[in-house]
Design a protein around this ligand. Structure first.
Ligand SMILES: Cc1cc2nc3c(=O)[nH]c(=O)nc-3n(C[C@H](O)[C@H](O)[C@H](O)COP(=O)(O)OP(=O)(O)OC[C@H]3O[C@@H](n4cnc5c(N)ncnc54)[C@H](O)[C@@H]3O)c2cc1C
Length: 500
């Protein structure tokens, strides 16, 4: 069946695809987004989760990227204050590595390259006798502290998809774009779902935001020989039981010139990462290797007083950076900036190479600028001032106080966690629920049927891992049996929905 052409078909439901779909839909385009797995099923849920300028990129003279990313911190903090918040980073000075004067210059640039409104600037620190120095080895006596931000990366993707849908976009998950050809001045694309069913979509233009598969998609679906290269650089993280008190993070310099982050994670844990491992090709999902685990334990162990052992690791994850191939050999030095490749003609094809979570909104704006000539009625940029779903509030603590007053019989710590996930949408999710008995089946780890039902209806959650590892991180707290029970419950719910 041939359908009416849509304006834009977006391939890929990571941060870049959903960000572009949202921006385009808000400018009046009719958009379809196809993601072959789950939203944020690849790189966009496997990041270090920093909304940052990238202090280290200054050493690679990436001033354009760092300036844009630093500026975006302030914008994004306002657009999604439930899932994005400021953090302070403690950088212990290592006498054998970068000299203090060099770090001071770097931090000065970091403080001044872009407008800073809410984030405090950098300061020097005396770590001896300071609680921030307490978990560190005693030789780290001095250091620095600066600001960056945190984001729940997988939720950032879900919220962009929800917003795009509210603006009229159609979001299709478990749906791959398997073929596309130009015909009579527009694209004819074949979309194939998980069951092998196909659907034809006619589109005036296509955005290829397939992340690490940007080239594979050009070759496989479009039958092209791409002129641009991509470097697949795997990065892995480990999650341990909480290693230190306080809300600050650490950034450690490694002897190999890389940096390592240790970040408070999901209240009870510490996130440690990351690595840079060049891959020749990508077969399915990325996994942390034994060597990467050893590297992360050893690098963090250079700084923390208490030993870190393998049995402290509760989870690990890996993702693949889809970096634009700039010819650089060292995986850590390949540009982190993005490149948008436009193939014009009657029906445009725009391919996205590289990018950061932090710059996804600006990347989408740049994509729209490139596509403007093909869509003369395209509206102006708008995403800088419009909060993401659930983010239309200014103070998280005020939002929480309101929720605590509204739901006095629900556990305060649980409400805080849910407010972080859903922001101002939480009352809509909870409806008339007053007590724990109203929340439905308890799947463990603070996950109840009422939220799973919302995630299935509103956020495209289809199986247990979508819920446990992407829409929430309850996977950190549930047992295998609880996961099985959730999977069975979701399958029942889905078949009930299909019967209705
Ligand atoms: C280890 C690591 C740490 C990072 N840390 C940070 C950080 O702290 N801060 C930061 O700002 N950035 C960070 N990044 C970078 C950031 O995560 C990525 O740049 C970003 O997530 C890339 O998003 P994307 O949408 O381009 O790709 P992806 O998220 O990979 O999305 C592409 C999607 O396309 C889908 N797809 C592929 N082919 C097809 C097809 N034919 N049809 C339909 N769908 C298809 C895939 O299933 C996938 O979901 C990090 C990255 C890594 C790997």
């Amino acid at each position: 069946m041939q359908s009416e052409p849509v304006d834009l078909l977006v391939i890929g439901g990571g941060v870049n695809g959903t960000g572009i779909a949202r921006d385009a839909a808000g400018r009046g385009l009719k958009v379809v987004l196809a993601e072959r797995g789950d939203l944020a099923g690849a790189t966009s849920a496997a990041a270090t989760k920093l909304i940052h300028g990238g202090l280290r990129y200054l050493e690679q003279y990436e001033f354009r990227l760092v300036r844009e990313a630093l500026g975006e911190r302030e914008v994004l903090l306002k657009l999604a204050p439930h899932i994005i918040w400021p953090l302070r980073f403690v950088l212990p000075h290592h006498p054998g590595l970068r000299p203090a004067w060099m770090i001071r210059i770097g931090l000065f640039l970091y403080d001044h390259l872009a407008r800073r409104v809410s984030l405090p600037g950098s300061v020097g620190l005396k770590l001896t006798g300071d609680p921030r120095g307490a978990p560190l080895k005693p030789e780290f006596r001095r250091g620095f502290e600066y600001s960056d931000g945190w984001v729940d990366d997988a939720r950032l993707v879900a919220l962009n998809a929800m917003s795009a849908q509210e603006l009229g976009a159609e979001i299709l998950t478990r749906t791959a774009v398997t073929a596309a050809r130009r015909e009579n001045g527009q694209w004819q694309a074949t979309l194939t779902d998980a069951g092998g069913n196909t659907r034809q979509v006619a589109a005036r233009g296509i955005v290829n935001a397939a992340g690490p598969w940007v080239r594979d998609t050009l070759i496989g679906a479009f039958g092209q020989q791409p002129k641009n290269g991509i470097r697949l650089i795997k990065g892995s993280h480990i999650v341990t039981r909480r290693l230190f008190e306080g809300e600050h993070c650490y950034i450690f310099q490694n002897a190999d010139g890389r940096v390592l982050f240790a970040i408070p994670y999901e209240q009870d844990f510490t996130l440690i990462g990351t690595t840079d491992v060049a891959l020749d090709h990508l077969d399915g999902a990325a996994h942390i290797s034994e060597a990467e685990t050893d590297y992360l334990i050893a690098a963090a162990g250079e700084y923390f007083k208490a030993p870190i052992t393998r049995d402290m690791i509760v989870w690990s994850f890996a993702g693949v950076r889809p970096l634009y191939d700039d010819g650089e050999n060292d995986p850590s030095a390949i540009t982190r900036d993005y490149v948008l490749d436009l193939e014009g003609g009657a029906a445009p094809l725009l391919s996205v190479y590289g990018g950061k979570l932090t710059t996804y909104r600006r990347l989408a704006e740049h994509a729209m600028e490139k596509l403007q000539p093909f869509y003369p009625k395209l509206g102006p940029g708008w995403t800088h001032g419009k909060p993401l779903p659930g983010g239309d509030f200014t103070s998280f603590e005020a939002l929480l106080a309101d929720l605590l007053a509204r739901y006095p019989q629900l556990d305060a710590a649980w409400l805080r966690r849910l407010a972080r996930r859903h922001g101002s949408h939480l009352p809509a999710l909870l409806g008339d629920a007053k007590t724990i008995a109203d929340l439905g089946e308890d799947f463990g780890g603070g996950l109840y049927a009422i939220e799973v039902d919302w995630l299935m209806r509103r956020e495209w959650a289809l199986d247990a891992d979508d819920v446990l590892w992407r829409r929430t991180k309850c996977g950190l707290r549930v047992t295998a049996a609880q996961r099985e029970r959730l999977a069975a419950w979701m399958a029942d719910r889905a078949s009930e929905g299909a019967r209705r």
